[in-house]
Design a protein around this ligand. Structure first.
Ligand SMILES: O=C(O)c1cc(=O)[nH]c(=O)n1[C@@H]1O[C@H](COP(=O)(O)O)[C@@H](O)[C@H]1O
Length: 230
C-alpha cells in the first residue's frame, strides 16, 4: 500500500453528494483530494471538514488573490478547517505572500502554503498578449519570488519542474496540474505531461481531475496511474 500518495484528485463536481460519492470509493492511502472553486461554491466549508474528518489530506484550491490582509485572513480560516494545503496567486506580490506566510506561521498547526505561478491552461501567446515573457521565464520569476517570501512551494506545470527543482532545491514543493495520461483529452490544458514523465521531471504532487473523475471507471484509472508511478 502506498501511504504517501502523489496523486491529488481534483474533485471538480457541482455538489457535495457527487464529491462524497467519489470519496466513498477511495481512501487516504490511494489519493489526496482537492476542493476547488466549483465544489467550494456549491458546498462550502462543511464539505471540506467532512473530507478532513475522513482522514484525507485536503488541498483547498481557492487561489486567493487580493490585498495582503484579506488573503492572510482567508488562509487563516482555511487553516482552521484542517486542510493540508492552501494556495494563493504568486502575482499577488511580495507583501501579500509574506503577510500570509506570517499569519500561518503564527498558528500551532498550519497547512502548506503554495503559490500559483502561471496557470497550466496558458501558453506563450496568451502570456505575450498580457505583456509577459514565455511560460518558463515567468514561472521561474514567480517561483523565486514565492521561495524568497518563505512559501512552501508552487503550482506550475510539469514542463517547468526540472528547471525549478534545480533552481529552488528539492525541498521546495512542486504541485503540477495539467497531467494527462497517454491518449487522454487535454481539454483546456496547454502545458501538459503524462503522470510518469511529470514525476521523473521532479513533480512532488500531481493534480488530476477529469482524466480520473470523467473516466468510465474512475477508481481503476486512479489505480493504474498509481501503479505507473510506483
Ligand atoms: O491550482 C490548481 O490546482 C490549478 C492550477 C493550474 O495552473 N492549473 C490547474 O488546472 N489547476 C487546477 O487543477 C485541476 C486540473 O483538472 P483537470 O484539467 O481536470 O485535470 C483543476 O481543478 C484546476 O482548477
Amino acid at each position: 500500500m502506498n501511504f504517501d500518495p502523489r496523486v491529488i484528485v481534483a474533485l471538480d463536481f457541482s455538489s457535495a453528494a457527487a464529491a462524497l460519492a467519489f470519496a466513498d470509493r477511495v481512501n487516504p492511502s490511494l489519493c489526496r483530494l482537492k476542493v476547488g472553486k466549483e465544489l467550494f461554491t456549491a458546498s462550502g466549508p462543511a464539505l471540506v471538514e467532512q473530507l478532513v474528518a475522513r482522514g484525507f489530506d485536503v488541498f483547498l484550491d481557492l487561489k486567493f488573490h487580493d490585498i495582503p490582509h484579506t488573503v492572510a485572513q482567508a488562509c487563516k480560516v482555511a487553516a482552521s478547517l484542517g486542510v493540508w494545503m492552501v494556495n494563493v496567486h504568486a502575482s499577488g506580490g511580495r507583501k501579500m505572500l509574506e503577510t500570509t506566510r506570517d499569519a500561518l506561521e503564527a498558528l500551532p498547526q498550519r497547512p502548506l502554503l503554495i503559490a500559483v505561478t502561471v496557470l497550466t491552461s496558458m501558453g506563450a501567446e496568451e502570456l505575450a498578449e498580457m505583456g509577459l515573457p514565455a511560460p518558463a521565464t515567468q514561472v521561474e520569476r514567480l517561483a523565486k519570488l514565492a521561495q524568497s517570501c518563505g512559501l512552501d512551494g508552487v503550482v506550475c506545470s510539469a514542463q517547468e519542474a526540472r528547471q525549478l527543482k534545480q533552481i529552488c532545491g528539492t525541498d521546495f514543493k512542486l504541485v503540477t496540474p495539467g497531467i494527462r495520461p497517454v491518449g487522454s483529452d487535454s481539454h483546456d490544458q496547454t502545458r501538459i505531461m503524462t503522470p510518469k514523465s511529470a514525476m521523473q521531471a521532479g513533480s512532488d504532487y500531481l493534480v488530476i481531475g477529469r482524466p480520473i473523475t470523467q473516466s468510465t471507471d474512475p477508481i481503476l484509472t486512479l489505480q493504474q496511474i498509481n501503479a505507473e508511478l510506483a
